[in-house]
Design a protein around this ligand. Structure first.
Ligand code: CTP
Ligand code: MG
Length: 228
C-alpha cells in the first residue's frame, strides 16, 4: 500500500499580517513550507508530496525543495478544504493508498510523532490524526458571552496535523462536505461527517500551528531545540 503526502500552502496568513504569507517566512534559515515539506519527505516510504499553492503565489519558484522528484504542485482554492481536495486529485496513487495531510504552517513536526501516527493507522487499518490533550479548562459560550457550560476536559483534544486517511475515502469525504457547504477546518471533520472512525494519536506540543506573530518565536525555539 502506497504512502503519499499533501501540504496545503495556499493560505494568505491574514491573522499573521505582513506582506509575505506565513508559509514563506524564514525560520532558522528555511521557510516554514520547506521545514514542513522536508519533514514529510523524510517519512520512510513516502512516495510523493503534493503541495497546494495560492493561484497568485510569487514565492514558491525560489524554493529548490519544490523541484524534488517526489514533489508536485497544484493551485489551491478559497478554503483550506478546497486546497486539500485539489491536491488530493493530483496525488499519483490509488484509492487504497494512505495520504498524510500536513499544514505548511506546522514547521516543527518531529519524525517520532509522524511515525507513531503512521504505525497506528497502518496497524489498525483506520485513519487518525496527531492530537494533544487539552490542559486548560474550556468554556462553551452563548451568543451574549456568558458561559453556557464547562466542557469535560478529560475528553478534549486539540487536533494537529498530519491527518492520515485512505486517499479514496478522504477525497470522497471532502467532495461531499464541500458539495453540502459544511464548514470543515480539518480533514478529520470531513471523515467524521461521513461516519468514519478517526483515531486520536498523541503528538507533541512542539507541533504548533504558526498563526499569530508570537507563534514564530516559539516555533524558532522548538526548531533550534530539536536541531540542538
Ligand atoms: N491553506 C490553504 N488554502 C486555503 C487556506 C489555508 O492551503 N484556502 C493552508 C495554509 O497555507 C496553512 C494551512 O492551510 O498551511 C492552515 O491554515 P491557516 O493556519 O488558517 O493559514 P491561513 O489561512 O493562511 O491563515 P489565516 O487563516 O490567518 O488567513
Ligand atoms: Mg485560514
Amino acid at each position: 500500500v502506497g504512502l503519499h503526502g499533501v501540504i496545503p500552502a495556499a493560505g494568505i496568513g491574514s491573522r499573521m499580517g505582513g506582506s509575505t504569507p506565513k508559509q514563506y517566512l524564514n525560520l532558522n534559515g528555511e521557510t516554514l513550507l520547506e521545514h514542513s515539506l522536508r519533514a514529510l519527505l523524510a517519512v520512510p516510504g513516502m512516495q510523493s508530496v503534493t503541495v497546494a499553492l495560492h493561484q497568485a503565489d510569487r514565492f514558491a519558484g525560489s524554493l529548490a525543495l519544490l523541484s524534488d522528484d517526489r514533489v508536485n504542485t497544484v493551485i489551491g482554492g478559497a478554503e483550506r478544504a478546497d486546497s486539500v481536495l485539489a491536491a488530493l486529485h493530483a496525488v499519483p496513487g490509488g484509492a487504497g493508498d494512505w495520504v498524510l495531510v500536513h499544514d505548511a504552517a506546522r514547521p516543527c513536526l518531529q519524525q517520532a510523532d509522524v511515525l507513531r501516527l503512521v504505525e497506528h493507522a497502518v496497524s489498525r487499518g483506520e485513519g487518525g490524526i496527531l492530537a494533544e490533550r487539552v490542559c486548560d479548562t474550556v468554556k462553551l459560550a452563548d451568543s451574549s458571552g456568558h458561559v453556557e457550560k464547562t466542557l469535560d476536559r478529560s475528553r478534549l483534544w486539540r487536533a494537529q496535523t498530519p491527518q492520515m486517511f485512505r486517499l479514496g475515502e478522504l477525497t470522497q469525504a471532502l467532495e461531499a462536505v464541500i458539495a453540502r457547504n459544511l464548514p470543515v477546518t480539518d480533514e478529520a471533520s470531513a471523515m467524521e461527517c461521513m461516519g468514519y472512525a478517526v483515531n486520536l494519536v498523541p503528538g507533541s506540543a512542539s507541533n504548533l500551528k504558526v498563526t499569530l506573530p508570537d507563534d514564530l518565536d516559539l516555533a524558532a525555539w522548538y526548531l533550534s531545540r530539536a536541531e540542538g
